[in-house]
Design a protein around this ligand. Structure first.
Ligand code: SAM
Length: 290
């Protein structure tokens, strides 16, 4: 087996060879611990029949572990300076393809259909650039891609919000948006010391397994998410006040009626409502408004 890219010594050698300097603006914190990489691939549960999509391969630290454990790897890298480096570091692996592209601008449905035809098990596995963690995850979920799930390294604080339960201070619109599509689980907490350069915050690896159906069936999805955003607009306010502010004071009677019909105390705060309660409230208000 090849020597790992992700040892501190080899990483430094590669960076020096190419005179590479990190761009903070692109969230470039590379992993330099092969054990963490082994754990990440294990959490993803890949087999020789799986496909893996990576976002931001950097110098290939995680990519090579994905190449060893899956059938095919496709990686999106925005920084053109990394392409010749990846060509060099990943030359032993014939099952890797790098696309020089901003993943947020990619047409993922088309790319997946083209590159992963015949592959049934597809996972996104990535050490995400922290400046765009949430937009990337939301894009992967909202575009209804044929994924089994996502395993991502991200800021611990974001992982806590994603996996938060109602009634906790971390619970909010991000928790609901992600739990609507997936079942999240924090797989491990990762110290700053396994990155080069070290980020300012602790990280975590989270696994999001997609649900066969969203967690709740609602009449209008857009309206459901609008209700959630409005409910969390001011966390210290009650659900009644937040929704009345959001929809306009003249709608207060409708909102009270919907809360009553769905057995939700108007004095509760948004952060105490379960996803099922938001679903019922959304349908009740939608019916009253339309
Ligand atoms: N996977 C490598 C590792 O674990 O060592 C690097 C991870 S580093 C946290 C994030 C990587 O994402 C960098 O290589 C960065 O250039 C790339 N990146 C940043 N924004 C991106 C975007 N919008 N689309 C694709 N890649 C991006």
């Amino acid at each position: 087996m090849q020597k790992d890219i992700a040892t501190p010594i080899r990483t430094k050698e590669i960076l020096n060879k190419y005179g590479f300097s990190f761009k903070k603006s692109l969230g470039q914190n590379f992993l330099i611990d092969p054990n963490i990489l082994r754990n990440i691939t294990e959490v993803a549960g890949l087999t020789k029949h799986s496909g893996a999509i990576e976002i931001g391969p950097g110098i290939g630290a995680l990519t090579e572990h994905l190449a060893r454990t899956s059938k095919k790897v496709l990686a999106f890298e925005i920084d053109g300076r990394l392409l010749p480096i990846l060509e060099d570091t990943l030359s032993p692996y014939t099952n890797v393809e790098i696309l020089h592209q901003d993943v947020l601008k990619a047409n993922l449905k088309t790319v997946i259909a083209e590159k992963f035809a015949g592959i049934e098990d597809l996972m996104v596995v990535a050490n995400l650039p922290y400046y765009v963690t949430t937009p990337i995850i939301m894009k992967l979920l909202e575009e209804q891609l044929p994924l089994r799930g996502i395993v991502a390294m991200l800021q611990k604080e974001v992982a806590d919000r994603i996996a938060a339960k109602p009634g906790t201070k971390e619970y909010g619109s991000l928790s609901i948006a992600i739990q609507y599509y997936t079942i999240p689980e924090t797989a491990m907490i990762v110290p700053k010391t396994v990155f080069m350069p070290q980020p300012n915050v602790d990280s975590a690896v989270i696994r999001l397994i997609k649900r066969p159906q969203p967690a709740v069936q609602v009449i209008n999805e857009e309206f459901f998410f609008d209700i959630i955003r409005k409910s969390f607009a001011q966390r210290r306010k009650t659900i009644l006040n937040n929704l009345s502010n959001g929809f306009g004071k003249d709608q207060k009677e409708f909102i009270l009626d919907a809360l009553h019909k769905t057995d939700i105390d108007p004095k509760r705060r948004g952060e105490t409502l379960t996803i099922e309660e938001f679903g019922k409230l959304s349908d009740s208000l939608w019916t009253l408004f339309n």
